[in-house]
Every structure is written in C-alpha cells, then in structure tokens.
Design a binder for this molecule. Structure first.
Ligand code: URA
Length: 212
C-alpha cells in the first residue's frame, strides 16, 4: 500500500471507539465524526501551499509570515456520509468551495453509480481537492468520484482522499488506478464482509449520520 497516512493520536482512537459502538446515539455519533474530521483536516491540509506575507505586530515590528488562501481549496464530499466532514474542514479552510458528488452503489454488484456531479469546471483555480468519504471500503465509489474529478480536469496529485475507516482492498484499488492520489485515514480496519461493509467498521455511515 502506498501514499497512505494513518493518524495516530489518543483523541482519534477515542472518537473511533464512539463511532464503532453499536449503541452510540445519533448526536454523539455526529459529534465524534465531526471531531475526528478536525484531526483528518489537520493532516490533510498540512501540504497546502503557503503564501509569503508580512505583518506589523503590536510591538511595531515587521515580521515575515505565511498565509493560506483557503478559497483555492475544493471540498468534494461524497454523499451522504462525506457531509459529516464538511464542517470540520471549514474550520480550517473557511473559504473553501464545496462540490457535492452523489454516488450510490448497487447492492448486488457493489458497483458505483453517480447521480449528482456539481464539480466546477475551473480546475486550474484550485490548489488542492479534499475528497471526503468516511468509509473507504471496496474503493468503487472513490474510483468513480476520482474519475469524475479527473474528467473535469483535476490532476490526481492535487487530490487527497480523506476517510475515517479504510481497508486494504480500497487502498490498493486507488493505488492501482490513481497512483498519485494520496489518502489520509484515521484507521486501517481488517477487511470487507460479503456485502462490502468494513469489518469491524461502524455499519452504514450514512444511516448512522442521518437516519438512526
Ligand atoms: N459504507 C459504509 O457506510 N459502511 C461500510 O462499512 C462500507 C461502506
């Protein structure tokens, strides 16, 4: 497996425990996912280009500093569960643009089908794209979303896939089809069950975030 960063932090482990627990209620689930998202956003944004700047401090001293232009960041949440990370990222990159990607999967074949694509055409404007999907399982949805992004001209080396749970199968598929895409995950789980769910995982992330 290549191009994967897995977080290691006690707060991350704690929030993963909350997310995994089958009895965690919806409000706590949402909060844990949002808080986990802060840590993922810290890591994912660490390579954003900094712009040289100067400020004068209250001591009257001019100092060379750096700033971010967060307007040049694109957040691409994959519906539904990717929405759970949007607020976390906006805390760090408040002027980021948001383009929703709607992907459903066929329950029998596990193939991904897109039903919404609000990606912009001005790919040149953006420094970086954070594709948000808490669950990297088979990798089929992520590959479909990456095809949509690259189809709009976004280059794979500017795309970071951000997920909470990832398994080897999904990572290897991304490595093979999009070798330049980087992945930031909160944990690597064991494997997939026969209906494509991550084991041990947390169940259906979209249902737990919106319905249960
Ligand atoms: N999507 C989910 O919500 N959960 C999984 O385990 C896999 C994909």
């Amino acid at each position: 497996m290549r191009n994967v960063t897995v977080l290691k932090h006690p707060v991350v482990s704690d929030r993963l425990t909350t997310l995994r627990h089958k009895d965690t209620q919806i409000e706590l689930f949402r909060r844990a996912l949002r808080e986990l998202g802060f840590f993922l956003a810290m890591e994912a944004t660490s390579r954003l280009p900094a712009i040289k700047s100067k400020v004068i401090t209250p001591l009257g001293i001019e100092v060379e500093t750096e700033e971010l232009d967060s307007a040049r960041v694109l957040l691409a949440p994959i519906l539904r569960a990717g929405l759970g990370f949007v607020e976390s990222f906006l805390e760090l990159v408040p002027r980021a643009k948001i383009a929703h990607i709607g992907i459903s999967r066929d329950h029998d074949t596990l193939q991904a089908m897109s039903y919404l694509n609000s990606l912009p055409s001005n790919h040149d404007y953006f420094d970086m794209v954070f594709m948000l999907d808490p669950m990297l399982a088979t990798g089929n949805s992520a590959v479909k979303a990456l095809e949509m992004l690259t189809g709009k001209g976004f280059s794979p080396d500017k795309i970071i896939l951000v997920c909470a749970f990832a398994v080897k199968e999904g990572i290897l598929q991304i490595n093979e089809k999009f070798p330049l895409v980087r992945i930031v995950a909160a944990t690597l789980d064991w494997n997939l069950n026969d209906v494509g769910y991550i084991v041990p995982g947390l169940g259906d992330a979209g249902d737990r975030l919106f319905l249960i």
